[in-house]
Design a protein around this ligand. Structure first.
Ligand SMILES: NC(=O)c1ccc[n+]([C@@H]2O[C@H](COP(=O)([O-])OP(=O)(O)OC[C@H]3O[C@@H](n4cnc5c(N)ncnc54)[C@H](OP(=O)(O)O)[C@@H]3O)[C@@H](O)[C@H]2O)c1
Length: 244
């Protein structure tokens, strides 16, 4: 992929935010690569599939995954040569950054089964707990707040709650829209992970809105005034009390 000044700056920002350990873990060729990050996607459904498309267009190298990987081959072919297909475990191994976008009820199992592969990595997690789909754990997660609950299910990762409250139709169809872009609220305790997520939100065609630490994810959980809406970033900041 051609290296542009913008690409170099973007890569430098992402690498700085990922930290020296992640950089040294990359193969030499990948370190020299322009703005491309290696992103592993666990859960390539409506949200994960839409983000795969946006991030592939932005030049990132992706492994999309499924428990039935053969079903994703047509999508990978459509997205281009920098997109490969694997199992969730292979995607967790491949990514220097991971997206987890599975039904919330699957999060404890994902956290347990791929803990070794995910340890220390930046993980963007999109899940929302719905008791009718996810069972009683969803009530507990809602009571705690998803930032706190997801961190318990994903110990040892650099967690960011991201792409949780914009509907998939907007994630699919309103990326890079003209005028004010849709805001994507983010919550993270790790400043470097937040920076990576902010850049990936921009690369997907949206405007990042940093809300605060993981405990603040509650401010944009299911049932809040901003949930399920595609608000411009300015409107979102106002609704979340982030501007005076
Ligand atoms: N839809 C929305 O508008 C929206 C918006 C924001 C956030 N969310 C949240 O984001 C998450 C994903 O939503 P979605 O609408 O994209 O769901 P979806 O279309 O149903 O996709 C979920 C994907 O997760 C994979 N999956 C399920 N169980 C798994 C497991 N145990 N291990 C690995 N992969 C597993 C499935 O892939 P395979 O079956 O192929 O393995 C499926 O493709 C949900 O928690 C949802 O609440 C949804």
């Amino acid at each position: 992929m051609p290296q542009t000044a913008h690409g170099s700056r973007r890569r430098a920002l992402l690498v700085a935010a990922l930290g020296a350990t992640a950089l040294s873990a990359l193969p030499r060729g990948a370190r020299a690569e322009a703005a491309s990050l290696k992103i592993g996607i666990i859960g390539t459904g409506r949200i994960g599939g839409a983000l795969a498309e946006h991030w592939a267009k932005a030049g990132h190298a992706l492994m999309i995954s499924s428990r039935h990987p053969e079903q994703l081959k047509p999508l990978a072919v459509r997205l281009g040569p920098q997109v490969s297909v694997g199992t969730p475990e292979e995607a967790a191994t491949f990514g220097e950054v991971l997206l987890i976008s599975v039904p919330y009820g699957a999060l404890p199992q994902v956290g347990r089964d791929y803990a070794a592969q995910m340890r220390g990595k930046v993980v963007l997690e999109t899940g929302n707990p719905f008791p009718n789909r996810d069972g009683a754990m969803a009530d507990a997660a809602r009571a705690k707040g998803t930032g706190v609950a997801s961190a318990e299910f994903l110990p040892g990762v650099r967690l960011v709650r991201a792409f949780t409250c914009v509907p998939h139709t907007a994630v699919q169809g309103e990326a890079h829209r003209s005028g004010e872009r849709i805001g994507v609220p983010l919550a993270a305790d790790d400043a470097g992970a937040l920076k990576v997520a902010e850049q990936l939100v921009r690369d997907a065609g949206f405007d990042p809105v940093a809300v605060g630490g993981l405990a603040r994810a509650k401010d944009f959980d299911v049932g809040t005034a901003v949930f399920g809406r595609a608000m411009a970033a300015r409107e979102l900041r106002q609704a979340l009390g982030l501007v005076r």
